[in-house]
Design a protein around this ligand. Structure first.
Ligand code: SAM
Ligand code: SF4
Length: 352
């Protein structure tokens, strides 16, 4: 991997010294961001994400950590500059630190700009220092409420205190934290302004997310939970002044800066605002399935070409074929006439 061309996003060289092509989709968008769900398992059962009794993948279907390293590294060689590990809960996968440390070598040689994680925070108490040592600098922590009883209701199996301890460990390790909060009608809508205040006070950026129709979770739960962020923003204006900002983390959030706290407040609105035109990402599941769009069913199997040969020729061909099919955008809809989810897989399969 010492065959890097430059730091400005060029991909590596092939065996003959020719540059490997970057990943450009049919709409001329460059794929530079890979999100990897390293497990579909989780120690929580958040109501909007999973049913209480979930059937998880048999271990034999899941890529080994070595295979995940090989796959991620192939994407890095093709110009991916940012890797985000997610799940399920990435930190409950056994030996996950091995993978994180392995992937950290790409930070060291300059082929990767950022290695990061989306986590529910429950395991940060034991991992924060090791993450920092492996090269992780920022993490996203999902937290929907500051009320312990509500937290237990939303996550079913989680304990707020454990996540708070995890956040303290992340702070002590020097990791920058961004909080992700799903806006849930009738659940945390009365608390969202308090979240802005709290995050501002702790130096955390905060991003609000709309509930997306992914995976069957039982009953009409999601219809009841859906709260458009336009309403959240309108409500926050009673207490705060939110100045528009052109800050971007390369993700889909639109950011504002809260004048009163000085903190950033972002809004991810897949349901009400289509952000597909600037999409730079693809998602890999722990079985090696590549989803070119979070909101579409189309996917490519990378596990078969990965396992078919120890060199990466077949894999690279499959990646090219998949990127050539990346769709223009998604068409999520939460609507009363439509009872089934727009996309049948759960968020824990493709990762957030
Ligand atoms: N377990 C980790 C966590 O909770 O951060 C990582 C995986 S989780 C699937 C990633 C993100 O997706 C979390 O911020 C979670 O709140 C969000 N999420 C899960 N299901 C969702 C849904 N149906 N709509 C919107 N966001 C969802
Ligand atoms: Fe687990 Fe994250 Fe889904 Fe909650 S949102 S059940 S923590 S994967």
């Amino acid at each position: 991997m010492g065959d890097r061309v430059s730091d400005n996003g060029s991909a590596s060289l092939d065996g003959n010294g020719a540059p490997l092509p970057l990943l450009i989709d049919p709409f001329d968008r460059r794929v530079s961001y890979l999100r990897v769900s390293v497990t579909d398992r989780c120690d929580f059962r958040c109501v909007y994400c999973m049913a209480e009794s979930m059937t998880f993948l048999p271990k034999t279907e899941v890529l080994t950590l070595e295979e995940l390293d090989r796959l991620c590294s192939a994407f890095v060689r093709r110009g991916v500059r940012k890797l985000r590990l997610t799940g399920g809960e990435p930190l409950v996968r056994r030996n996950i630190l091995w993978l994180i440390e392995r992937l950290g070598r790409h930070l060291g040689d300059g082929t990767l700009d950022e290695l990061t994680l989306t986590t529910n925070g429950s395991q940060l108490g034991r991992f924060a220092n090791d993450l920092r040592d492996a090269g992780v600098r920022r993490i996203n922590v999902s937290l929907d409420t500051l009320d312990a009883a509500k937290f237990a209701d939303i996550t079913r199996w989680g304990r707020l205190e454990q996540v708070m301890d995890g956040l303290a460990a992340a702070d002590a390790a020097g990791l920058r934290v961004k909080i992700n909060t799903v806006a849930l009608r009738g659940v945390n809508d009365d608390e969202l302004a308090d979240m802005v205040e709290w995050c501002g006070g702790r130096g955390y950026d905060l991003t609000f997310i709309e509930v997306m129709p992914l995976g069957e979770i039982g009953g009409d739960a999601r219809l009841d939970q859906y709260l458009p962020l336009s309403m959240v923003r309108a409500a926050l204006k009673h207490r705060f002044t939110l100045d528009e900002s052109d800050y971007s983390t390369g993700g889909p959030a639109r950011y504002t800066v809260c004048r009163e706290t000085g903190g950033r407040v972002g809004f991810i609105t897949p349901m009400t605002h289509n952000f597909c035109e600037s999409c730079n990402r693809v998602r890999l599941t722990c079985t090696g399935t590549l989803f070119m769009c979070l909101g579409q069913e189309d996917a490519a199997d990378l596990r078969a070409p990965l396992r078919a040969s120890p060199d990466d020729d077949l894999l690279m061909a499959a990646v090219d074929e998949a990127i050539g099919r990346k769709p223009k955008g998604h068409d999520f809809i939460i609507d009363r006439r439509r009872r089934d989810p727009a996309v049948s897989r759960h968020m824990s399969v493709t990762g957030g």
